[in-house]
Structures are given as structure tokens and as C-alpha cells.
Design a protein around this ligand. Structure first.
Ligand code: ZN
Ligand code: CU1
Length: 231
């Protein structure tokens, strides 16, 4: 009899412990906050390390829905280049980007972060983001179409942004950096003559060149005025 009681007690303890444990798990799961958070002045891009808020254009952030881990990105371009890596593709994550129909290209406001998976992206417009050529994000297809009409490019859904698209962007970025380098050399020489093409900018991360990067920012500023006329 005593033996049986002991057994029953032990069993009860085991059940209680199991309940407690599962209760704890339940709680940690509920604690994962997948809402978007603000970008702060010290935030660095998870991909390129640039200070995110110092650059124009749609930015991105990712929240792992399992463990709450967050990554922030200087641009939608860097966000996709991270997201499309094989090890991150299967990630269960909430992804956010700035809706450029609601906020200013130069300094996007975080209250206009939207779900990236249902957003539209304009690839190939003249708008320059943190990494040069951009993927401008919009909640509404019509707003994306409008940017294409004004500035060229084409509209892509979240799933249509592939590694091939990122390669096109990176190629365009290098050409852009090369143009910039050439222009600057012209300016420094003080002549308008064509010069041996030189390989300025080629084969170099354009971020390594602060002068070229500053040029990017200037251009993005000019262009953002166009974008905002209608608002
Ligand atoms: Zn970056
Ligand atoms: Cu960057």
C-alpha cells in the first residue's frame, strides 16, 4: 500500500513538472514581439554595417517569429540580399519595409513600416537608396506604377525580387559608381574632355568611397523632390 502511494505521488510530481514546463514554454512563445521597431541613429546595417538612418530610401527589418531575433538593414536591397541567402530563405520571419507613398524618401518615418511580403517594389527607377540603385517599396500597386511612369523601372512583388534582380542592381551600382568616379576626375582636372575610361569605382565596394557615397545622397535628394510633388 505504501509502495503504491509513493508511486502515485511520484507520478503526480512528474505531471506537475511537465505542466509547469509547458506553461513556461507557452509564456516565452507569447513574449515574442513581432511588431516593427524604430530605427535609431546608432543602428548599423546587418549586411554592410552602414549607419542606417544616415541614408535615404526604404529600409528593412526582419523579426524571427520563433525567437524574436531582429535584423535591421540600410536598404531593401541589403534586406533581400540577406533574406535570399539559402540559410535565411526558410526563416519564419516578419519582414518590414518603409512605404514610400506615405513618407519622405530622404528620411522615411518608422510609423510607415509595412509588411514587406505584401508590398510592391520598384526596381530600376532613378531613386537612389543607401546602396545606390534602389528597390523602392510601396503598399499600393498604383503608387509603384506611378513611380515607374515618372522615373522608369518596373514593379515587382516580394516573390519576384530574386537573386537575378539583385545581380542587376549590383551591376547598375557599379556602373553608377564608375560614372561618379569619372565625373569627379573631370571636375578635379577642371576640364570637360573625355579621358581614358579608367576603372574608377569598378571592382571596389562603392561604400569604401565616402565621396561617391556622398554623391549618392545628393542625387537621392534631388530626385526625392520629384517624388514628393504629388503629396
Ligand atoms: Zn546595408
Ligand atoms: Cu550599404
Amino acid at each position: 500500500m505504501l509502495q503504491l502511494k509513493k508511486f502515485a505521488f511520484g507520478w503526480l510530481l512528474a505531471v506537475a513538472a511537465a505542466l509547469l514546463l509547458s506553461g513556461c514554454n507557452e509564456e516565452t512563445r507569447q513574449e515574442v514581439n513581432t511588431d516593427p521597431v524604430a530605427f535609431h541613429s546608432g543602428d548599423e546595417c546587418h549586411v554592410c554595417g552602414m549607419l542606417i538612418t544616415e541614408w535615404p530610401g526604404s529600409k528593412g527589418q526582419s523579426v524571427n517569429t520563433q525567437n524574436g531575433e531582429r535584423q535591421k538593414f540600410c536598404s531593401t536591397v541589403d534586406m533581400f540580399s540577406w533574406l535570399l541567402q539559402p540559410e535565411n530563405k526558410a526563416l519564419q520571419a516578419k519582414i518590414y519595409v518603409h512605404d514610400m507613398s506615405k513618407t519622405h524618401w530622404d528620411a522615411p518615418e518608422d510609423e510607415h513600416l509595412i509588411d514587406a511580403r505584401s508590398a510592391w517594389f520598384v526596381h530600376g527607377s532613378k531613386l537612389l537608396g543607401a546602396m545606390g540603385p534602389s528597390l523602392a517599396a510601396f503598399s499600393e500597386r498604383a503608387a509603384a506604377d506611378q513611380l515607374v511612369q515618372e522615373q522608369g523601372g518596373r514593379v515587382l512583388s516580394f516573390d519576384e525580387v530574386t537573386l537575378e534582380v539583385l545581380q542587376e542592381i549590383s551591376r547598375a551600382g557599379h556602373e553608377h559608381a564608375a560614372d561618379m568616379g569619372e565625373q569627379m576626375q573631370h571636375q578635379m582636372r577642371g576640364d570637360g574632355h573625355a579621358m581614358p575610361a579608367g576603372d574608377a569605382g569598378h571592382g571596389e565596394d562603392e561604400h569604401a568611397d565616402p565621396a561617391a557615397a556622398a554623391e549618392h545622397a545628393d542625387h537621392a535628394e534631388e530626385q526625392s523632390h520629384l517624388e514628393h510633388e504629388g503629396h
